[in-house]
Design a binder for this molecule. Structure first.
Ligand code: FAD
Length: 283
């Protein structure tokens, strides 16, 4: 199938782009087009206007900042994967990126597009929540910044208003003794996850000082596993039985939404298996 007719605009500035988005009730940002264009071709999306942001300067850089790392919205998954700066300053993102789709899609798909789309089975939303990253948004009222945990509002729904553009993501420096965990179960490499987790543990000696664990593909948006994380705090990373006990608390943290890949029970089982796997690798 082919997309329905639409107006195409390619502004050179953020101000022009925001004006264009404000001018039509059904205008959409076009970034890498890897999700939006297939949806249009299948007539699942029929925007009147596409505002292509490719020519807007300042959205393509990966920069070291005082607090950590700032990644522009148009940076592609492929560029993230190739970046040494990302490996050093945002190791969790570096761990996750090989799981995002296939090479062809990674060459065009962008971090801004993935976060704006907010697919519940996508890797980056969980990564930014687990990293406590900050999302930068430009809109008709100017710039605002929002913590990733408040950015995702539900199924394919974020804090973005119709005329807003996600411009960048800011990652904090990894903390001393912080190690990152990322695990995913998918039917085939490159597919969206059946269940996945992203997180970090701070280990002092062999004691877990803190843990932050976020699951994806288990609900309408990334889910923080708070009870399990609390129970892990104070555990000895080599004590497998206490780690396993903490993992069982996922029964209270997660109420997985079934999808075409798996039912609730299977997803919960997979979530526990992934967390055990991630923790045992640390010990
Ligand atoms: C076969 C296939 C497999 C895939 N597998 C995975 C996977 O395993 N994991 C995964 O995470 N993703 C996967 N994807 C999606 C891929 O990562 C896309 O690149 C990504 O979801 C969207 O990025 P994009 O730049 O292509 O955005 P687009 O398709 O251009 O846009 C997507 C949506 O976000 C909006 N948008 C884009 N950029 C902005 C912005 N800066 N500000 C505001 N709104 C914006 C658009 O209006 C649109 O609604 C897959 C895609 C395909 C086709």
């Amino acid at each position: 199938m082919k997309a329905a007719g639409f107006q195409y605009e390619r502004p050179n500035t953020l101000t022009q782009a925001i004006q264009l988005l404000s001018s039509s009730p059904d205008a959409r940002v076009l970034a890498g087009g890897q999700s939006l264009l297939p949806a249009m071709n299948m007539r699942l999306a029929t925007p009147e206007m596409l505002v292509d942001i490719q020519d807007i300067p300042g959205l393509r850089s990966i920069e070291e900042t005082e607090k950590g790392l700032r990644i522009g919205a148009l940076v592609t998954h492929g560029e993230i994967q190739a970046s040494d700066l990302v490996k050093r300053k945002a190791p969790l993102l570096a761990r996750a990126v090989p799981y995002v789709a296939h090479v062809g899609i990674r060459n065009r798909g962008t971090i801004g597009g993935s976060l704006s789309l907010a697919d519940p089975a996508a890797e980056y939303p969980a990564v930014v929540v687990a990293s406590d990253a900050v999302i930068e948004i430009q809109g008709p009222e100017g710039l605002r910044k929002i913590n990733a945990s408040s950015f995702f509002k539900g199924l394919y729904t974020t804090d973005l208003e119709a005329s807003d553009i996600l411009t960048a993501v800011e990652f904090q420096q990894p903390r001393p003794n912080e190690t990152f965990i990322f695990e995913e179960f998918a039917r085939r490499k490159g597919d969206y996850a059946t269940v996945g987790l992203a997180g970090s543990v701070v280990v002092s000696g062999t004691t877990i000082e803190s843990a932050r664990i976020v699951f994806f593909a288990v609900g309408s948006q990334p889910v923080l596993a708070e009870q399990a994380a609390k129970a892990l705090t104070g555990c000895d990373i080599a004590d497998k039985s206490s780690l396993e006990k903490a993992v069982q608390l996922l029964d209270g943290d997660l109420d997985p939404m079934p999808d075409l890949q798996a039912n609730r029970h299977t997803k919960l089982h997979l979530a526990k298996t992934l967390l055990v796997r991630a923790l045992f690798k640390q010990g």
